[in-house]
Write a protein that binds this ligand. Structure first.
Ligand SMILES: *Cc1c(COP(=O)(O)O)cnc(C)c1O
Length: 471
């Protein structure tokens, strides 16, 4: 019998749809309940559209295909890798540090099998999970003792709460920072149950300001790395060393929140020197806190290192239990820290250092290699050129330091040179299988290539670029 045409076709039943070869295959892939749900939804839509005369009734295969398409969309992971071509190496919104292979392997093994997490293999008795990384942290920083929590915000909260609850925490007005994402020092202090005592002024704080503020109610003095900004001009702050002398004389603990914190001298890699964690310990801070996924290049974590009796007090705080890290991250942390025992090969093995150390000429050569593929992918509506870039470290480390880099700038060409065309372009790159994230700058989409290591994968991925405005 001849098909009477789509307009007169009856809507297939769910049972009929389920019997099509396409649906049988999809049952295997997505499971029957999900497929049923998607088919019901599609049939519902077809029924509504047909009743209103808006649409002809599609055949069974077309209905099943649209159900499969919706299942595919829904099963795409939301946690997706992207190409970070923003030029910011430690981009908080793009997951900060990329983890070293050694750490990935350690984390994978930790996920797959049982492990001696809180179990002392020597005695067969219960152990402490922090013991797994304590010795390494002490070796690499010169501290007496160390503990690990979920992130550095948690580290600061735990230290403030342990040492300063019901007491005063003294801090310079120049260090009452906001880090972003609702981490504001005054708010954290309030939540930790400490009373904030500000000393000095925004631009100038002197030793005598601290001395005058210290008294019987003081729980601790806090020094905070002003990670993401610099006050310039008529400024004065008290060095960590001078502050340690003051606090020691008064028998008050000094907590130095380094923020990013680095375990190596970054000058080795052509960057400015940033105080290392070891230096902060050596100048006399009683506790030092820093992040795992900033310059250190590991997974998200917060490290607290310093004097043994203070670390013991932190570990007894019930809040510690609420902030502890899991076995997967501990495994990755241990493997990451191990890499620091061989500083000569660090740049090779630790992605964060490797990416920060990349030379401009190497990146420019890569840009020249990629230019033809990019030009072809964007088509005649756009013009791609190799440009100089200035990468940033990100996550508040050396905020004013830029790293000479190179990349590709793509501009809309001719009569299409509108802001709209640029937005379309950026969206098309974000819409790729592996989204490409650049930044819009001076009427161009700029792709800073500093963090591009998988060049072949990048080119393959470009094949999916869909630019409706292509000329
Ligand atoms: C980044 C930062 C924090 C917060 O660290 P997270 O690991 O992101 O929780 C705290 N203090 C300073 C100074 C920082 O730069």
């Amino acid at each position: 019998m001849r098909d009477p045409g789509p307009a007169f076709r009856r809507i297939p039943s769910i049972d009929e749809l389920l019997k099509t070869p396409l649906a049988i295959e999809a049952t295997d892939r997505f499971g029957r309940p999900a497929l049923l749900e998607a088919l019901r939804h599609c049939v519902e839509e077809v029924r509504g559209a047909a009743a209103s005369g808006r649409m002809a009734v599609p055949n069974a295969d077309a209905i099943v295909a649209s159900a499969i398409a919706s299942l595919q969309r829904a099963s795409q992971p939301k946690v997706r890798p992207v190409f970070n071509l923003t030029g910011t190496v430690l981009h908080t919104n793009l997951g900060r540090a990329q983890i070293a292979e050694a750490a990935i392997e350690a984390a994978t093994a930790a996920m797959r099998e049982a492990l001696a997490l809180e179990f002392d293999l020597a005695t067969g008795k219960r152990g402490e999970r922090d013991n797994l990384v304590r010795d390494l942290l002490c070796e690499l920083t010169g501290a007496e003792d160390a503990t690990v929590v979920n992130n550095n915000a948690g580290a600061v909260l735990l230290a403030l709460n342990t040492l300063g609850r019901g007491k005063e925490a003294v801090i310079s007005r120049g260090e009452l920072i906001e880090i972003g994402g609702a981490f504001r020092m005054p708010d954290i202090m309030a939540r930790a149950g400490t009373k904030l005592v500000e000393v000095g002024t925004t631009n100038r704080t002197h030793e005598k300001d601290y001395t005058a503020a210290l008294g019987p109610k003081t729980g601790l003095v806090l020094k905070v790395h002003t990670s993401n900004y610099r006050v310039e001009g008529f400024t004065k702050s008290v060095s960590g060393k001078a502050l340690a002398d003051i606090t020691r004389a008064q028998n008050v603990p000094l907590l130095n929140d380094l923020g990013s914190g680095t375990l190596v001298d970054l000058a080795r890699y052509g960057l400015s020197h940033e105080q290392t964690v070891r230096e902060a310990v050596a100048e006399g801070a009683d506790l030092v806190t820093f992040s795992g996924d900033k310059l250190l290049g590991g997974p998200q974590a917060g490290f607290i290192i310093g004097r043994r009796e203070l670390i013991a007090r932190l570990n007894k705080n019930p809040m510690k239990r609420a902030l502890r890290v899991d076995k997967v991250r501990l495994a990755a942390i241990e493997a990451t820290l191990q890499l620091y025992r061989d500083p000569d090969r660090l740049a090779e093995r630790l992605p964060t250092i490797r990416l920060l150390a990349r030379k401009r000429d190497d990146i420019a050569a890569q840009a020249a290699r990629l230019l033809p593929a990019l030009s072809a992918a964007v088509g005649l509506g756009y013009v791609a050129t190799v440009v100089d870039c200035a990468s940033q470290i990100g996550s508040g480390a050396l905020p004013q330091e830029t790293l000479p880099s190179a990349g590709i700038a793509i501009r809309a060409a001719g009569p299409r040179a509108s802001g709209r065309a640029l937005i379309t372009l950026a969206a098309a790159f974000r819409g790729l299988d592996k989204p490409v994230i650049g930044r819009i700058e001076e009427q161009a989409l700029v792709l800073d290539l500093r963090c591009l290591e998988d060049e072949a994968g990048f080119v393959r991925n470009l094949a999916g670029l869909q630019l409706r405005e292509r000329a």
